[in-house]
Design a protein around this ligand. Structure first.
Ligand SMILES: C[S@@+](CC[C@H](N)C(=O)[O-])C[C@H]1O[C@@H](n2cnc3c(N)ncnc32)[C@H](O)[C@@H]1O
Length: 237
């Protein structure tokens, strides 16, 4: 297995989620931006992957940059002409402030301990302008239905790839695997495994508060979407 799961995933990642899905999510994010004061212009997306959301943000006129740990995912994003940085969301230093920082598609669940999750929030706080917003989705233990052992397997075909997806949840851990065979490359096969962890909502709220951010409640059709504001003064917390 490759050292990092996304080394091979980058090759077929864009075929696993349709453009329509990202467009719908982009509209939700844009709606949240429009309700912020001031409206964000400088955006950083953590764990930006192949740049699907970043591309929509750039097209929408935002000054958008990404950051990711996988060189292959970054390379796919650069091929789309996007501005992306190599870095770990646990310890990035970009010497710049952003009006909004995003982390989407359950990328935060790839952080395996509450201590490390807190480091991400600390870094986010250091890179957010006053009144800036951290918008993220994260699977919670409540939404994951912890306690039930769940196994899902499905096979689909997209752009010449036959993709078998499996999702095994046990406790707060989840293992997602993709077994892919490429019809057009002599049946070349890929195997990708991603392990994630869900956190109790209460713990996420505590981590947010501990790092000087203020959680706002939002209603959205996208599950587990949160927004935290970097208040101008700590008395606002
Ligand atoms: C499920 S993908 C989501 C990509 C993108 N957000 C999207 O919506 O398409 C998760 C991404 O998180 C990145 N990632 C995982 N851990 C990371 C870390 N500690 N720092 C930066 N990126 C990370 C992976 O390389 C991968 O590109």
């Amino acid at each position: 297995m490759p050292k990092e799961p996304y080394a091979e995933f980058a090759y077929f990642y864009d075929k696993t989620i349709p453009d329509k899905w990202y467009l719908g999510y982009y509209r939700v994010i844009k709606g949240l931006f429009n309700n912020l004061n001031p409206k964000p212009r400088r955006i950083l997306e953590l764990a930006s992957g192949t740049g699907r959301m970043l591309k929509l943000l750039s097209k929408g006129g935002y000054d958008a940059e990404g950051l990711d740990l996988s060189k292959s995912m970054l390379s796919a994003a650069r091929k789309k002409g996007l501005r992306v940085h190599y870095g770990n969301m646990l310890r990035f230093k970009l010497k710049k402030e952003y009006d909004a920082i995003l982390c989407l598609n359950y990328s935060l669940n790839e952080i395996k301990s509450a201590r490390d999750l807190s480091k991400v929030f600390q870094n986010v706080k250091e890179h957010l302008a006053p009144d800036g917003a951290f918008i993220f989705d994260i699977e919670t233990t409540e939404s994951a239905g912890i306690g039930n052992k769940k196994v899902e397997v499905s096979t689909s075909e997209s752009g010449g790839l036959i993709i078998t997806f499996s999702n095994v949840a046990k406790g707060s851990a989840r293992k997602i695997t993709f077994d892919v065979s490429d019809k057009y490359s002599n049946g070349k096969r890929y195997h990708v495994e991603i392990v994630t962890r869900a956190y109790p909502k209460k713990e996420i709220m505590q981590i947010c508060r501990k790092n000087g951010l203020k959680m706002r409640s939002i209603k959205s059709k996208y599950d587990n979407l949160f927004i935290c504001i970097n208040p101008r003064s700590s008395t606002a917390l």
